[in-house]
Write a protein that binds this ligand. Structure first.
Ligand SMILES: *Cc1c(COP(=O)(O)O)cnc(C)c1O
Length: 486
């Protein structure tokens, strides 16, 4: 399928090539020229995760062969046979666990298949250097996904003090001759801006080309991240059908803990493709810029940035929102371009009243602070015996309030984005346990005792792994670090 840019519909490229390029030359994001109908998938219930995912990918990447083998291989490394199981926690309330991959966060869902898509799209020409800015989870998932990939190197930049201990350990112990990990003195937005600046730098691109490389991205602005995520919404719906929890065609809600707006955007795309979805509940932490956007129609960066216990949602510039704006403006690239210019130059933009109305019919937005996050973990564990991580807890809290406020009893799937063992200290504290003096591993062991759930091997084996990456740079040093890797 042909993809077009959110800033100019005449800017178009075949999907596989758009994945290699990452971002459109005009700075826009690639989006499908039209939404394929899920009717083209045939019967969605009863097929395995990887089979259904390959079919979904086939709607967009019709020119890539062997998608079945690609998804089969990618998801065979997951530690649950269902890949992304839906668990019922109470009547009408479900959790979709997206963290059974190698790095225990939902980023594995897409980053396990993205390298295969890229390799299939590469021609005989240059090698690829993938540059990634991470708020914690993307980095590790990308490193694992691309480790050992032929003719592809991957460099991950993470904010020096913006990730959890476990997330940092996962990255700095990364193996693989084609992997590079660099800490940046700054927060996530600084790091992301640094990577964006490298992509926009024509001199840098020439220097890379002289070394035989082209640059590409594995961030969630890459369409190759988005397409595999659509699949798990469709499969979640199919699981509810398989388990007789819903009837064919019945609408459900999804509650999604949101940062860069990638995960929830995939749900929106699934709805546009015909999946029966009523409300998308967009949950933010204390960095509640999206809540304000949905409720007030204004996106404004003039606000404080907070570090929270859900670091993967500590974001002010929510990049994928641009793709939603494109739909809200009825695909007016000029209008999107103008809003993005305002955001860059004036730090804010507004949408029209009619755009806001459209938003309200399909979305609900709310946020939850640190205390609410902790209470959500404790309540959910005490009431249902189900252990949430700090990100998913935000979504659970926002959903509970949504239900109380609206009285909407539609069956709802809370999208769970990480294993609680990635954030053992905060999860333990939420349960009222003492954590002082415990190492991250001792906390994980304690969490296993307290909750009666097993500590994942992926976490415990980090203890004995040597640190392989200890480079730290200023924002200005990111470019040199990337040049040295080629
Ligand atoms: C990345 C991430 C999020 C936010 O997802 P977006 O697609 O950026 O909205 C939420 N929770 C966890 C655990 C994550 O890793």
């Amino acid at each position: 399928m042909v993809l077009i840019s959110t800033r100019n519909s005449d800017e178009r490229l075949e999907a596989a090539l758009a994945v290699l390029r990452g971002i459109a030359p005009d700075g826009g994001l690639y989006v499908p020229r039209d939404f394929p109908s899920i009717a083209r998938l045939g019967k969605i219930s009863g097929s395995s995760y990887s089979t259904l995912c390959a079919k979904v990918l086939g709607l967009f990447f019709s020119d890539i062969s062997g998608l079945d083998r690609l998804t089969e291989r990618a998801y065979s490394r997951f530690d649950d046979a269902e890949v992304a199981p839906v668990k019922k926690i109470s009547e009408g309330e479900f959790v979709l666990e997206l963290w059974h991959g190698t790095t225990l966060a939902f980023k594995d869902m897409a980053l396990s298949v993205l390298p295969g898509i890229m390799t299939a799209a590469m021609d005989g020409g240059n090698d690829i250097l993938i540059l990634v800015a991470t708020s914690g989870d993307t980095g590790k998932a990308a490193l694992e996904g691309f480790r050992g990939a032929d003719r592809i190197k991957i460099m991950v930049f993470y904010p020096d003090r913006g990730v959890s201990d476990m997330q940092r350990l996962q990255m700095v112990t990364q193996e693989g001759a084609n992997t590079y990990v660099v800490a940046v003195k700054g927060n996530f937005d600084d790091t992301q801006n640094g990577v964006k600046a490298i992509f926009a730098d024509k001199e840098f691109a020439k220097a890379a080309e002289r070394k035989g490389y082209i640059l590409s991205s594995a961030n969630s602005i890459n369409f190759g991240r988005l397409a595999p995520q659509i699949a798990y919404y469709i499969r979640a719906y199919a699981q509810l059908l398989d388990n007789d929890e819903i009837k064919e065609g019945e609408e459900i809600n999804f509650a999604v803990p949101t940062g860069n707006f990638g995960n929830i955007l995939a749900a929106y795309y699934a709805r546009r493709m015909g999946l029966p979805v009523k409300r998308l509940i967009c949950a933010s932490n204390r960095n509640n810029i999206l809540t304000d956007f949905f409720n007030k129609g204004k996106y404004s960066l003039k606000r404080e940035f907070y570090k929270t216990m859900s670091p993967s949602m500590d974001i002010l510039i929510s990049s994928n929102l641009e793709r939603l704006l494109f739909e809200l403006t009825e695909r007016d690239g000029g209008a999107v371009k103008e809003m993005m210019r305002r955001l860059k130059e004036e730090g804010a933009y507004e949408i029209t009243g009619s755009m806001k109305k459209t938003l309200e019919s399909g979305f609900y937005a709310g946020w939850c602070g640190e205390e609410g996050t902790m209470a959500s973990i404790k309540d959910t564990f005490e009431r249902y015996g189900y252990l949430l991580d700090t990100h998913t807890a935000v979504a659970a809290d926002v959903y509970e309030r949504y239900k109380r406020r609206t009285g909407d009893n539609t069956k709802t799937v809370i999208v769970s984005t990480a294993s609680p063992y990635k954030f053992p200290g905060d999860v333990l504290s939420s349960l009222g346990e003492e954590t002082a003096g415990l190492s991250a591993f001792e906390m994980a062991e304690r969490l296993a005792e307290v909750s009666g759930t097993p500590a994942p091997r992926q976490i415990m084996e980090l203890k004995d792994k040597p640190v392989r990456h200890n480079k730290i740079v200023d924002i200005n040093g990111m470019k040199d670090a990337a040049l040295e890797a080629m």
